[in-house]
Design a protein around this ligand. Structure first.
Ligand code: NAP
Length: 253
């Protein structure tokens, strides 16, 4: 633990969207938060928001799919914030297309960020968790893990993350480390805005249409996911591991 006894958390893809909300929430929970994203300068709003709320945060550039970059980012966090014992693997991309139009590059890019990225970051961080005898790994899956038209690459990656989560839970449990996954439904972010654009509908209409299909009759907000991440990261969640929680306003969205 670092000097002020706060846990150090890493959140990937935290410049915007769900990752930014998770970072802000963990900051409010008292963690020192490493805000990781491709572009370090894009992390400034998240870092500033955490700072303004009285927390401590650090912007770090990373490409989670790149082995050397993931390792270097974790080393920078260790040096400047303290050894990380909370990791939220949130960075993600979509490259949607129907199977017959999906390029091998679009397949590889999605596997690279979601699966290879979560693997590389978890491997780079795990020693700090096992040394501390305490850790929390939280992976972002999706309702798309259950299958979604136009997302053969993404749904495969998000289903893969569920297997990854359960295996980490089994391997790392003896060291006080839990691993859980959050599977969001429709969350209002730039990612779902991009989906609306691909479908040729306005984001407002896409939200209104989607809300009607969701049992609680609204789409999710990044804060809905941050609340779940906060629980999984908490002391009191220590007996919850290897689980996938669908945060989707219903059994699936
Ligand atoms: P978002 O708004 O698109 O944000 C994703 C962030 O990840 C961006 O800041 C992006 O950076 C960053 N990123 C992309 N590739 C990266 C890489 N290689 N290394 C580091 N950072 C990288 O997405 P979101 O909606 O918040 O989604 C966050 C996570 O939740 C993703 O894993 C997504 O699959 C999952 N999820 C989202 C929804 C939803 O409805 N929104 C539903 C289910 C699951 P750039 O801006 O530079 O590209």
């Amino acid at each position: 633990m670092n000097a002020d006894n706060a846990r150090t958390a890493i959140v990937t893809g935290a410049a915007r969207g769900i990752g930014a909300a998770v970072a802000r929430r963990l900051g409010a929970d008292g963690c020192a938060v490493a805000v990781l994203d491709l572009d370090e300068s894009a992390c400034a709003p998240t870092v500033d928001a955490i700072g303004s709320a009285g927390g401590r945060a650090l912007a770090v550039a990373v490409d989670v799919a790149d082995e050397a970059s993931a390792q270097a980012a974790v080393e920078r966090v260790v040096g400047e914030l303290g050894a990380p014992t909370i990791l939220v693997n949130n960075a993600g991309i979509i490259r949607d297309n129907l199977l017959f139009k999906m390029s091998a590059d679009d397949w590889d890019a999605v596997m690279g960020v979601h699966l290879r990225g979560a693997f590389l970051m978890s491997r780079a961080v795990q020693q700090h968790m096992t040394d501390a005898g305490w850790g929390r790994i939280i992976n972002l899956s999706s309702t798309s893990a259950l299958g979604n038209r136009g997302q053969a690459n993404y749904s495969t990656a998000k289903a893969g993350l569920q297997g990854f989560t359960k295996t980490l839970a089994i391997e790392l449990g003896r060291f006080g480390v839990t691993a859980n996954a959050i599977a969001p439904g429709f969350i209002q972010t730039d990612m779902t805005r991009a989906t609306a654009e691909r479908l040729g509908v306005s984001f407002e209409d896409f939200i209104a249409f989607s809300a009607k299909e969701i049992p609680v009759q609204r789409v999710g907000q990044p804060e809905d996911i941050a609340a779940m991440a906060s629980f999984f990261a908490s002391e009191e969640a220590g007996f919850v591991s290897g689980q996938v929680i669908y945060v989707a306003g219903g059994p699936r969205a």
